[in-house]
Design a protein around this ligand. Structure first.
Ligand SMILES: *Cc1c(COP(=O)(O)O)cnc(C)c1O
Length: 221
């Protein structure tokens, strides 16, 4: 199937459930993204700052760019002028830098807090306790140019569906609990090519799908 057919296939599965599809285009050439764009699809996810900036500069300006990878504080300034949503905030220090750069650009930047749910310790993210500390009103007040709009999580790399389900459910339960106190936390970004169907069953509202749209990854950094 073509890129456009893949996107249509997945959107047909998820849109009626209120789930937003982000096409993860990391390592893919601009021509492939443009195929999707020319068919009307405008939400892309990238995880390397330099690659994101290059694509932003060479592509139409009505694209919604999502940053989904590990973000170093010293690189925030490059994406702050245009990024739509940063999914991968894993520390208060990073949020403070995003806030600073958002202010410099006279913007509000939407962010998700990445919560550590996997069993392997290679996946980044923060603990529930760190997340709760950031969501304290005094802390939020010190970040006037940030809007925290939800949570993101990545599961352990495994074929064990029970394990994946358990990890998604843990994040869903935590998100539900937080939402009773803070209604702005409406997004739950979980699910990739291999597990988005399970993620949606477990309450995901935003899925990040790469290889199932663009084909296998050419290389992985
Ligand atoms: C690469 C990546 C994805 C997409 O992975 P696929 O398995 O290719 O769908 C989703 N989220 C993050 C954070 C990624 O780095």
């Amino acid at each position: 199937m073509s890129i456009v057919e893949n996107i249509q296939y997945i959107e047909n599965q998820v849109v009626s459930k209120g789930v937003t599809l982000i096409a993860v285009s990391k390592t893919k050439p601009v021509e492939m993204l443009m195929e999707a764009y020319n068919a009307g699809f405008k939400r892309f996810g990238e995880n390397y700052v330099q690659e994101l900036v290059e694509k932003y500069e060479s592509m139409p300006k009505d694209i919604e760019w999502h940053f989904i990878g590990h973000l170093q504080s010293n690189k925030v300034k490059y994406i702050a002028p245009f990024v739509s949503l940063i999914h991968s905030v894993d520390s208060l220090k990073l949020l403070q830098e995003i806030n600073k750069q958002a202010a410099k650009n006279s913007r509000m930047i939407d962010c998700l807090l990445q919560i550590y749910i996997a069993e392997e310790d290679t996946k980044s993210g923060m603990t529930e306790e760190e997340c709760l500390a950031i969501l304290q009103p005094e802390t939020l007040k010190s970040l006037p140019n940030i809007r925290i709009v939800g949570l993101m999580g990545m599961t352990t790399l495994t074929d064990d569906e029970t394990q994946i389900k358990k990890e998604f459910r843990k994040l869903k339960d935590f998100s539900k609990k937080l939402r009773t106190q803070n209604s702005e936390l409406r997004i739950l970004s979980m699910g990739m090519s291999g597990d988005y169907e399970i993620a949606i069953e477990e309450g995901s509202t935003m899925i990040r799908v790469g290889s199932k749209i663009f084909g296998g990854r050419i290389y992985q950094k």
